[in-house]
Design a protein around this ligand. Structure first.
Ligand code: SF4
Length: 407
């Protein structure tokens, strides 16, 4: 029997999909393309309505096949979406226990597998769920309350993956700064930094309210913790932040990022922003524009607001049209494009350490810098998973080009 897993959403979902893959292969199933699969698992995300819509379109298309495969749905799914999607799936699997029920061609029930990862990246989930209840977010309802894995277990997993040759370690959680696995998060990072080997560590996501100078000091002083910080701001307007239940002001956010940038030269900062939150006026959006200009983010993941059932914002009156949300999104995209172009231009001629991640369709190698910028360069496939020194020769808004430097 052959399987295919279709994943929507964040790295946490990707990490769960890796565990599902490992579990299915232990049961004798082979990985294949979506078209050839006898068993399709959709690992979903309902954080945004657009992901639910894409997922629904996908499963409708799959079920239209002459010989439709067996299908299972798991991941973050709201009760209302589950009801709607039920006719398309043979199995609906709860988020926490991915394979609790008997599926005839799977020998065992519960999923307790080491993930089937692809080098050089190893996602390690350190905590799940969230206690923050931001007014637009379904995570506390789909993933439940915060729970942390014991630090000892996390460090052991990190040691194992590093020994196996993984060099890009991502620690995942909805709010890693409130990690409570026996040690505080900054000390967990310090422990992992001590592991022998050549590797990089990244973590996501951080909540600005819990971000501390202790984390800044770890990034600054621990060589293997990358100078890359993902710190979602969501809006640059204090009133909107309050309505979002984010418990910080734009000033506090700016202060935290400026302190981090001052302490860590060359720090890359990415963020998440929602445009068109209920009631967001032109002036309030302008405050977000101002913040974006002031900070000069290296990446912005922009979401157009969509109401999600069960959340507090679901009952707020939507005031921004889809067209206007798109316009605001475009404005932020343009700002990002411009500032990235300027920043990337300055890197031409520099020699930068890059971790090779994959071969592109155009037969070029692609890799990431410590600050998570993409770099394209020529080289043999054998370099995938290796660190290389690249001399930067070209740039665009979205990445860099270069050639391998021997020195
Ligand atoms: S911090 Fe807020 S946005 Fe992030 S997962 Fe928790 S509730 Fe959702």
């Amino acid at each position: 029997m052959k399987y295919c897993i279709i994943t929507f959403g964040c790295q946490a979902n990707k990490s769960d999909s890796e565990k599902i893959a490992s579990f299915l292969e232990k049961n004798g199933l082979q990985k294949t393309s979506e078209k050839e699969a006898d068993f399709v698992v959709i690992n979903s995300c309902s954080v945004r309505q657009s992901a639910v819509d894409r997922m629904e379109a996908k499963i409708r298309e799959i079920k239209k096949r002459k010989k439709p495969p067996v299908t299972a749905l798991t991941g973050c799914v709201l009760q209302k979406d589950k009801k709607k999607l039920k006719p398309f799936f043979d199995y609906m699997l709860p988020e926490k226990e991915l394979f609790p029920q008997k599926i005839p061609f799977l020998k065992k029930g519960f999923l307790k597998e080491a993930p089937k990862r692809e080098k050089p990246t190893a996602y390690i989930t350190i905590m799940s769920g969230c206690d923050n209840f931001c007014s637009y977010c379904v995570v506390p309802y789909t993933k439940g309350r915060e729970s942390s894995r014991p630090a000892k277990e996390v460090v052991e997993e990190a040691k194992k993956t590093i020994k196996e040759g993984y060099r890009d370690i991502w620690l995942l959680g909805q709010n890693v700064n409130s990690y409570k696995g026996g040690v505080k998060f900054s000390n967990l990072l310090r422990e992992i930094n001590k592991i022998r080997g050549d590797f990089w560590v990244r973590f996501t996501s951080s909540h600005p309210k819990d971000f501390s100078s202790d984390i800044i000091s770890v990034i600054k002083n621990c060589k293997k913790i990358t100078n890359y910080l993902h710190l979602p701001v969501q809006s640059g307007d204090d009133e909107i932040l309050k309505k979002m239940n984010r418990s910080y002001t734009s000033e506090q956010y700016k202060k935290a990022v400026n302190e981090a940038k001052k302490e860590i030269p060359g720090l890359s900062v990415s963020t998440d922003i929602i445009v068109g939150f209920p009631g967001e006026t032109e002036k309030q959006f302008h405050n977000t524009v101002k913040l974006v200009k002031e900070i000069g983010f290296d990446m912005i993941y922009i979401g157009r607001y969509s109401p999600r059932m069960q959340t507090a914002a679901y009952n707020m009156k939507e005031t921004v049209s889809e067209e206007e949300k798109r316009r605001r999104e475009k404005i932020l995209e343009e700002l990002l494009k411009e500032s990235n172009l300027e920043k990337n231009k300055k890197l031409v001629g520099r020699k930068i350490r890059v971790l090779t991640t994959q071969m592109t369709k155009k037969n070029l190698l692609s890799g990431k810098t410590e600050g998570y910028k993409s770099v394209l360069f020529k080289g043999p496939k054998s370099l995938i998973g290796e660190f290389v020194k690249i001399k930067i020769t070209g740039y665009s808004s979205w990445g860099l080009k270069g050639k391998i430097s021997r020195k």
